[in-house]
Design a protein around this ligand. Sequence first.
Ligand code: PNS
Length: 162
Amino acid sequence: MSIALCPGSFDPVTFGHLDIIERSSRQFDDVIVAVIRNPQKAQSLFTLDERQQMLRDVTAHLPNIQIEFFKGLLVDFARDHGANAIVKGLRAVSDFDYELQMAQMNQRLSGIETFFISTSPQHSFLSSSLVREVARFGGDVSSMVPPLVAKRLNERFLEGER
Ligand code: PNS
């Protein structure tokens, strides 16, 4: 049985993430979306539970997806869950250096293989951080994230103004 991980921060999930998750779900028996608990990044906009709920909602149409949290090394999480693949989306050449380095490190640590999927061109400029920034200043993110995520972003930034 093939089990793949789609790891990330998902703060919040974008159409770019969803594209990779959907395409992975067609290639593997099961896909675990692995949401990191302790990102090396500034404070998150959404809590882990909020990110998990949004991911659940936007992947509800896919039968073979689980949403889980992890902390520590991704390869330890992969081993504990019997995963034999990591799937990453590559948006542009600028993603490649770091992704290659992580893939090689994960391969050295555990033997797990990383598979790269080329991001669909209409999503190649998307990142959660840019989406947060656009939404923070009132920009229209409706073509970048699913409707329920756009709603949560608007609510979050309106809350901040009160
Ligand atoms: O969405 P992000 O923040 O770009 O995702 C990065 C993530 C979570 C995939 C990456 O930071 C990761 O795998 N972290 C887990 C820690 C780990 O295993 N580090 C060694 C990787 S070489």
